[in-house]
Ligand binder design. Structure first.
Ligand SMILES: Cc1cc2nc3c(=O)[nH]c(=O)nc-3n(C[C@H](O)[C@H](O)[C@H](O)COP(=O)(O)OP(=O)(O)OC[C@H]3O[C@@H](n4cnc5c(N)ncnc54)[C@H](O)[C@@H]3O)c2cc1C
Length: 488
């Protein structure tokens, strides 16, 4: 069993398939030093994967087996291990990322030449890229009809849970022989932090159980947009490393919904919709692989972006002078995670207020997020930049002040992340540049020194963005009602 982004023993399609061959299964993970050295990988996700691998090894050792941890070229390492163990088959769960799919095809070919058969299984999404299609048999590009069909398919024939593999199906530790220790992030030049999400299979199940049972899921509709509250599940880093499967989340969600009051049921169903968004973007990436490097919408290639590195750097550091944007970026930089509402706000700010290419933001997120996932990240960025499938129309430009007033009304989240603004009262917390010099002294902040003045004026930036977008995407978006704040 070649583990990749499915670091769990429960509800794992390829692992179960491997165990049904009536042979002993050896679980293997290959560390790729080239991938780990790439600028598309950051400390939070590396820490997640290493801690999930360590926990998985403990589980396997508890069964008298082990995790075979290897390092180097995938086909070389898998081929040599298979030959040493006398294994004829390698099972894995397939990916949706174009680059990984190409790599897997190469690995498969090379292993085939060595007489080893590979088996790629669908496990990452609940429904695969070719299972939810329009009447014409084509992939959906719009979420709402996709979701409708997804739900029909689920309620007609939900994919069943994958049974757990019995402990005696695993190859013994002695037969596996010597393997590498799980490295520390520092071994590959990454820093670690106790503030990053804790990622492993037991933690994932605990999180889901708590979320569904302690009233969080039942109040999801009411709380999910407020970053100062724990209103969402926090499962994204677990789903990224695969310490929990999407089937488990959806099935448990529907079970909880069935037993809940009507209001709680619709809140839980709203949460399940977010997992459907996950499937939606996975199928977009698989069916339209060009999105990995280009806008989904061809016309958007003509957008003229600013290459203002100073502004980009201020955005990355959380020093734009807009408190909600800066607090969000500091959450990302400190915790390796950012609340969804804030992801939408900072992405709109980068692509519209600063007119900086969404791909710069996408890459930055990739390195800072423990849940960095090409499909969801790309989907989120292209949505915000109005270049994607089902994207926000280009004239929907979030006002950072209005968003802040609406979703962090008392500035609780801002003050937590920006202690320099702690003394600023509610009336000014969303727009501290309105303080008079006397008030600055009174509230203990010197603007331009302790906290920056805004790097752009939102009203002017909005006009600039409209002028840049209108000639490129104007025709496409005509007919969509203009509304600044009504996005999801
Ligand atoms: C610009 C931008 C970038 C994003 N980058 C990522 C990313 O790299 N990885 C990632 O997992 N999500 C990404 N998202 C989606 C979303 O922000 C996170 O999934 C969510 O904040 C994770 O928190 P949670 O687990 O508490 O979510 P919950 O609200 O509890 O949702 C449950 C699960 O549903 C899925 N989900 C929720 N929202 C979305 C969405 N909009 N698109 C796809 N799946 C979703 C996630 O797997 C999430 O864990 C991005 C959104 C935007 C706007």
């Amino acid at each position: 069993m070649w583990l990749r982004r499915d670091l769990r023993l429960a509800d794992n399609t390829a692992l179960f398939a491997a165990s049904r061959e009536n042979a002993s299964v050896c679980c293997v993970f290959v560390l790729d030093p080239i991938l780990l050295a790439s600028d598309r990988v950051g400390a939070p996700i590396v820490q997640s994967f290493f801690s999930a691998l360590a926990a998985l090894r403990e589980q396997l050792r508890g069964f008298g087996s082990d995790l075979a941890l290897l390092r180097g070229d995938f086909s070389e390492q898998l081929g040599s291990l298979a030959e040493r163990l006398g294994a004829t088959d390698v099972y894995y769960n397939e990916d949706c990322e174009p680059a990984i799919r190409q790599r897997d095809a190469r690995v498969s070919e090379i292993l085939g030449e060595r007489g080893i058969t590979t088996h790629a299984m669908k496990d990452l999404p609940l429904f695969g890229h070719n299972e939810i299609l329009t009447d014409a048999g084509t992939p959906y590009k719009i979420f709402t009809p996709y979701k409708r069909r997804w739900l029909e398919a689920y309620h007609t024939a939900a994919p069943s849970m994958i049974p757990s593999v019995e402990s005696d199906h695993f190859l013994s530790r002695t037969d596996i022989g010597a393997t590498l220790d799980v490295p520390a992030p520092e071994d590959f030049g990454f820093s670690s932090s106790t503030l990053y999400p804790v990622v492993h299979e037991a933690e994932a199940h605990d999180l889901l159980k708590r979320f569904l049972e302690d009233g969080s899921a039942a109040s999801y509709a009411r709380r999910r947009n407020f970053p100062a509250m724990r209103g969402t599940s926090g499962l994204s880093p677990q789903l990224r490393a695969g310490t929990i499967g999407v089937r488990t989340c959806v099935h448990r969600g529907f079970e909880a919904a069935k037993a809940a009051s009507p209001a709680a049921r619709s809140a839980i169903e709203l949460w399940i919709s977010e997992l459907i968004w996950r499937d939606f973007y996975l199928q977009i990436l698989r069916n339209f692989p060009h999105v990995a490097d280009k806008p989904f919408v061809d016309a958007a290639n003509a957008l003229q972006w600013s290459d203002d590195r100073v502004a980009f750097d201020a955005w990355c550091r959380g020093a734009t002078g807009y408190p909600i944007v800066d607090a969000a970026m500091r959450q990302l930089n400190t915790y390796g995670w950012m609340h969804n509402r804030l992801r939408m706000i900072v992405a709109s700010f980068l692509t519209k207020d600063l007119l900086i290419n969404w791909q710069w933001g996408e890459r930055y997120f990739e390195r800072q997020l423990a849940d960095a996932d090409v499909a969801a990240n790309n989907g989120g960025w292209q949505w915000a930049a109005s270049t994607g499938t089902d994207a926000a129309p280009y004239f929907r430009i979030f006002s950072p002040v209005l968003q802040s007033e609406k979703f962090d009304p008392q500035g609780r989240f801002i003050r937590k992340m920006l202690p320099e603004l702690r003394g600023v009262p509610d009336a000014y917390i969303h727009a501290p540049w309105k303080l008079s010099p006397l008030q600055e002294r009174e509230f203990g902040v010197t603007l331009g020194v302790q906290y920056p003045l805004p790097i752009v004026d939102h009203a002017q930036a909005r006009i600039r963005a409209l002028a840049a977008y209108e000639p490129v995407l104007g025709k496409r978006s005509r007919g969509v009602a203009s509304s600044e704040e009504s996005a999801s």
